[in-house]
Design a protein around this ligand. Structure first.
Ligand code: TPP
Ligand code: MG
Length: 578
């Protein structure tokens, strides 16, 4: 359907604003957009009402959030999961500024978002009008593309201009000519801000060949040829889409150990090295490396950047969609857009074998779960001992390590796992073995904001199909949950995905206890300004937002809670501070 046709259907007696809003949204849907997130406001009413009509006729999934900061992160999660731009609609003023945290995360991790920010027309700007500020340029360099769009007026409708505008914004968000990321259309609207939308609105359905066939990048990047060389490791930092799978494949093709962070999408396969931090720091392993081939954006260790900066190490970075190329100490030797492995793997198979074996041994040595030996006889004494060990294990309090392992064991390919920034993601990264499951973390800027909102978006997009039975589980600290508590809110009629928030409650930000300053600062000052203690009642918070609540203090209580497969569940796990 052309934008002109859409306009005819929408606006037989509507205002110019409604005509324009309807055709712009329709054009984005035609290009492949599947989800719109909006927050209420007067100036954006034409866009909001058009979105509501499009939802009614089954053209789009609409999600409404009161808080634009939450809306931005929900949109980010939807885009992470679908790989397609999410539309975000806001009114003017601080509403737009509230998108900034999600925009920056999207910018730094290359996630496509299209912001439709309503504004007053030029004659009402700069004169102290209510709810009016400088919205053009608000996001500075954190945005790929921004357009100031004139207010629609009667008789000025230009269908081809709408098609062009939407096409440019969509292409910029998808990264057709540059990296993918957030874009903004700042849309002026003059009174009347909307007209009546035709009640019996009929929008042409999307041709079936377009359903589920998102617009792909038009060009494949140039491939650089790389062959096996001694003492090579493949590194995989945080990355979207299928980058991680490619990293895993390249490690096998080169016969190289695979150092894969937990949200890299590469945490699987025969070459995966667990406990990689200890090995990278060891002279017999990290000390021997001569070449690093790196995918994605590593953020969870000091050892990877240290390795890249060591003398005698050559590093090849395979570029991703992030705004900045990863280049610690400016020590990267070369940047390539894609890689083709030529020739066979490293003939010295002992190189990869040693890494994989040593990593497994390290993880087993550090396992704090009580050993349960299966009984090898029906002799009463052995059975009794087995039962005693089993009970001891199940009644043991949850440790950070057992929390990480329980969560990992409970997750399967149809599930999604979202990890907040801070201590627990590092714990998961340190101990979990290979398993091909979808893990997301906002590592573009590693903020503790927006974790719940992002997870809600991922859950909504991954559970669109009723046949999908997966659950989205979120592992987060207590401060990360308190930071984004507003994202627990679902308005009446909003889709409520299967979601479990597992909050490791250690009374504040214990990640700071690991800093050197923790040993030198005055304890009370340190606690006041870094640890930031609280006594929030998570059971009451859950009740306030209509979530089910479980306190899981032991491993059996936790394992049981993780098997719940319906609704919204908040699992509080008490953790010790040290
Ligand atoms: C938006 C934002 N503000 C501040 C920080 C700095 N910061 C990093 S971790 C952290 C504390 C997190 O505490 P919690 O979520 O309880 O996790 P814990 O380390 O205790 O497991 C803070 C404030 C950040 N990353 N992002
Ligand atoms: Mg904490």
């Amino acid at each position: 359907m052309s934008a002109g046709a859409a306009a005819d259907e929408f606006a037989s007696d509507g205002s110019a604003a409604t005509e324009f809003a309807a055709s712009l949204l329709s054009e984005f849907l035609r290009l492949g957009v599947q989800h719109v997130v909006l927050s209420p406001g007067s100036r954006s009413q034409a866009l909001a009402l058009a979105a509501a009509e499009l939802e009614k006729v089954g053209r789009v999934q609409l999600h409404v959030r009161i808080d634009e900061r939450v809306a931005g992160f929900v949109a980010l999660g939807l885009a992470v999961e679908t790989g397609l731009p999410t539309l975000v609609v806001t009114t003017s003023g601080t509403a737009v500024a509230n998108l900034h945290p999600a925009v920056l995360e999207a910018h730094h991790s290359g996630v496509p978002l299209i912001l439709l920010t309503a504004d007053r027309p030029p004659e009402l700007r700069g004169i102290g009008s209510n709810q009016t500020t400088q919205q053009f340029g608000l996001f500075g360099h954190g945005i790929r593309f921004v357009r100031e769009v004139a207010a629609p007026s009667r008789g000025s409708y230009d269908g081809s201009a709408v098609v062009q505008l939407a096409g440019e914004a969509f292409a910029a968000a998808m990264g057709h000519s540059d990296a993918s990321g957030p874009v903004q259309l700042n849309l002026a609207f003059r009174e009347p801000l909307s007209g009546p939308v035709v009640p019996a609105l009929e929008v042409a359905p999307v041709p079936t060949d377009r359903v589920g066939a998102p617009v792909k990048l038009p060009s494949t990047p140039a491939q650089s040829r790389v062959s096996a060389a001694p003492r090579t490791v493949v590194g995989a930092g945080h990355a979207p889409g299928t980058v991680g799978e490619r990293a895993e494949e390249v490690a096998r093709q080169l016969g190289a150990p695979l150092i894969a962070e937990v949200s890299s999408g590469a945490r699987f396969g025969p070459h995966l090295v667990v406990a990689y931090r200890q090995l990278l720091a060891h002279p017999d392993f990290g000390g021997q490396v001569q070449r690093v081939i790196l995918f994605g954006h590593p953020t969870l260790s000091r050892e990877i950047p240290a390795l890249i900066q060591r003398d005698g190490v050559e590093t090849i970075v395979v570029r991703g969609p992030a705004a900045e190329d990863y280049n610690p100490g400016h020590a990267v030797s070369s940047f390539i857009d894609a890689l083709e492995v030529v020739g066979g793997p490293d003939p010295d198979r002992s190189w990869v074998g040693r890494w994989v074996h040593a990593g497994r041994q390290l993880v087993e040595a550090g396992d704090d779960s009580p050993v349960i030996d299966a009984p090898d006889a029906v002799d009463g004494s052995i059975t009794g001992e087995f039962q005693r060990q089993t009970l001891t294990a199940l009644r043991a309090p949850v440790s950070r390590r057992s929390l990480a392992m329980s969560l990992w064991r409970a997750s399967w390919p149809h599930d999604r796992l979202v990890l907040a920034a801070s201590r627990l993601i590092r714990e998961v990264d340190a101990v979990v073995p290979g398993k091909k499951i979808a893990v997301h973390a906002n590592r573009g800027l590693a903020g503790i904001d927006g974790t719940v909102g992002t997870a809600v978006g991922i859950a909504l997009a991954s559970q669109v199909d009723a046949r999908e039975h997966g659950t989205t589980r979120v592992l987060l600290g207590d401060l990360a949950l308190l930071h984004d508590v507003g994202a627990l809110h679902f308005g009446v009629g909003e889709s409520r995905p299967r979601l479990q928030l597992i909050v490791g409650n250690d009374g504040g930000g214990t990640i700071f206890d690991g800093l050197e300053v923790a040993a030198t600062a005055e304890a009370d000052s340190f606690d006041r300004v870094l640890y930031t203690p609280h006594s929030a009642d998570f059971a009451a918070i859950a009740a306030a937002y209509g979530w089910r609540y479980v306190l899981a203090a032991t491993r059996s209580e936790l394992d049981q809670a993780l098997t719940a497969s319906d609704g919204q569940l908040l699992v509080e796990v008490p953790l010790p501070r040290p």
